[in-house]
Write a protein that binds this ligand. Structure first.
Ligand code: AHR
Length: 602
């Protein structure tokens, strides 16, 4: 019943679960991913001439850019967060693709240092030979620990050296499969029954469902699994929905393998070609839809097909001849165009059931826990006899307490529920307790609620798009929230039967609210002006004309994204909420209205 939902949000993959320590290893970061990016984001020159180029000398068509150094020259990579995490006595595998125009070759010096240049491990000396791309490797053994490590790569002599896919991986990864150990272990300790991946809004909401005819790989593509398998240097990076570049180093093969490693059922979600998450766009291109349906059939073959089938062979070539045993697959996420979504869903479902009748095709009920879209989607799902419907909701702790009986009245003969995303909106003890109370209602209704996963699973504390989250981390440490402990408690102690219980007495009063006001929007790239938050009695709680000052906002309110982009922002600096008294332990319901001028965007 209980599982986890892994989405590449909050840098959960690159700089998170994927153990790669070099940021922007293939120089593919682009302002199209995030206005703050350049192809050299993460890198700093140490001298000499250097340029990131996309020319005929490229490594391959999917990995188009590389670093061109006029020798002697070098660069340093600072990883994620405060730097590269290095632990004494551990080994780190360096690799890079390189070519030189020097007939005698080019000496490459590779170092692992602190920010001041002090060695953390003995350096590597590599001789690059030939003007064709070759992969060079070496291993560091750290003599010292540091959380602010730097990787130095420098070419000596004269002429031109070209570099791409500069990588540093710890040898000590979860089960040797390239995932960061402490994070994978925390997830494994939950004993999840399934892993839903890779999103979320991430899956469905690219600007492009196809490929650009000229480059082949337009940025902001929806998540397309075929981009994410095979040799990592051939996986085209993408701008993801959450505003950063994704390398796809953690791709479909790795997701399946991770699910297997932790004894969980893999539950992938594919785009239905109808956007949700604040956008209202559906493809009207039948050929494109058919291509995605075929991709989904190919995905099932990749997961389950024999090692001599077209896609099963690719899985075998990556190291896993045995099938992964896919039994459930989601189509779409949080669409808010019910008819358009259901039309597409029906075509996916028919094609999958015709070829793979044993696979459960999971539908969804839109972005809310109630309302017209939710009702319409449920009706369509029910009428069509869909097996399982994905529900999502993020609500206050009081909502979770008050809705313990949500599933008591669900139709026992209708579609089963996959509660694919839920959380009460903060990371306090009170939230975890409200979730625990709610989960007793899920268990009481286990005949209807077949699967449930808290969301999101992971957040890098320096790159937050969404909170609350279950597990937090930086470059060297990770810690579970109170909600994590609740999930672990429930997942490790699944009951066999329900004990009838009654309660009396004074309702429990959770922790006081100490005053933050949230504002959320599901539109992408919307900037707001002149925000005013007014209480029901007319008192102004908060006003901001921004005047170029985004510092009072957390969440997505940064960069070129405008103030709100696909998640919430929270004004939590310098805001006094007169409706709340610090230390007052009683729950209060607030009614307030938000007025804002939309400045730009969709
Ligand atoms: O979990 C974060 C986001 O919340 C998901 O991407 C989306 O499905 C939901 O709205």
């Amino acid at each position: 019943m209980y599982g986890v939902f892994f989405e590449d949000i909050n840098r959960a993959a690159d700089g998170g679960l994927y153990a790669e320590l070099v940021q922007n290893r293939s120089f593919e970061y682009d302002p199209a991913d995030n206005a703050g990016y350049t192809p050299l984001t993460g890198w700093a020159p140490t001298g000499g001439t250097l340029d990131v180029v996309d020319d005929d000398a490229r490594l391959n068509e999917r990995n188009r850019r590389h670093l061109k150094l006029g020798l002697p020259a070098g660069v340093v990579n600072a990883g994620y967060n405060s730097g590269i995490n290095v632990e004494r006595d551990e080994k780190y595998d360096f690799s890079a693709w390189a070519r030189t125009d020097q007939a005698a070759g080019t000496p490459l010096t590779v170092g692992l240092t602190d920010p001041a240049g002090k060695e953390l491990a003995p350096g590597l000396k590599i001789q690059v030979r030939g003007d064709g791309w070759t992969k060079y490797t070496g291993t560091f053994r750290a003599r010292e620990s540091s959380t602010t490590g730097r990787l130095l790569v420098a070419g000596g002599g004269t002429g031109t050296l070209r570099l791409d896919m500069v990588s540093l991986m710890p040898q000590d990864t979860y089960k040797g499969h390239g995932l960061r150990k402490d994070l994978a272990e925390k997830i494994a300790a939950l004993k999840p029954g399934f892993v839903r991946f890779p999103g979320g809004c991430l899956v469905n909401t690219g600007s492009h469902y196809g490929y650009d005819a000229s480059t082949g790989y337009e940025r902001k593509r929806s998540y397309q699994w075929k981009d994410t398998i095979g040799p990592v240097e051939e996986r085209a990076t993408n701008a993801n929905f959450w505003g950063y570049n994704q390398s796809y180093g953690l791709g479909y093969y790795e997701y399946f393998q991770f699910a297997e490693d932790i004894g969980a059922m893999p539950l992938p979600v594919v785009p239905a070609l109808v956007t949700g998450c604040g956008q209202n766009r559906a493809t009207d291109d039948p050929a494109l839809l058919q291509r995605h349906i075929q991709d989904t059939l190919d995905l099932i073959e990749f997961a389950n097909g024999p090692a001599d089938s077209t896609w099963g062979r690719k899985r075998a070539e990556m190291g896993h001849p045995a099938p992964f045993g896919l039994t459930h697959l989601g189509v779409g996420n949080e669409e808010n165009l019910p008819e358009a979504f259901f039309g597409n869903f029906t075509r996916f479902r028919a094609a999958i059931e015709a070829r793979y009748p044993e696979v459960t095709v999971v539908s969804n009920s839109g972005p809310d826990d109630t309302g017209a879209t939710f009702d319409r989607l449920w009706q369509l799902n029910r009428d069509a006899g869909v097996e399982m419907v994905d529900e999502h909701y993020y609500n206050s702790p009081s909502w979770f307490l008050e809705n313990n009986d949500r599933y008591d009245s669900y139709d026992r003969n209708g579609p089963k529920v996959f509660l694919g995303e839920y959380a009460s909106q903060d990371n306090r003890f009170a939230n975890a307790l409200a979730e625990a109370a709610f989960m007793t209602g899920l268990e009481r209704n286990a005949d209807v609620v077949k699967l449930a996963s808290y969301a999101p699973l992971l957040s890098n504390e320096d790159y937050v798009q969404w909170r609350p989250d279950m597990i937090w981390f930086d470059n060297d440490a990770s810690w579970g929230s109170a909600s994590y402990e609740v999930q672990k408690l429930f997942m490790n102690n699944v009951g066999d039967h329900v004990v009838k219980s009654t309660a009396s007495g004074t309702p429990w009063s959770p922790e006081p609210i100490t005053g933050a006001i949230g504002l959320s929007s599901w539109a992408t790239s919307v900037a707001y002006d002149d925000v005013k938050v007014t209480a029901a009695d007319g008192r102004e709680l908060f006003a901001d004309d921004f005047s170029g000052d985004a510092s009072r906002w957390t969440g997505n309110g940064t960069g070129d994204w405008g103030v709100v982009d696909g998640a919430y922002v929270q004004a939590d600096t310098g805001v006094t909420n007169p409706l709340v008294t610090a230390g007052d332990p009683t729950w209060r319901d607030f009614t307030f209205s938000v007025k804002a001028t939309k400045r730009s965007g969709s």
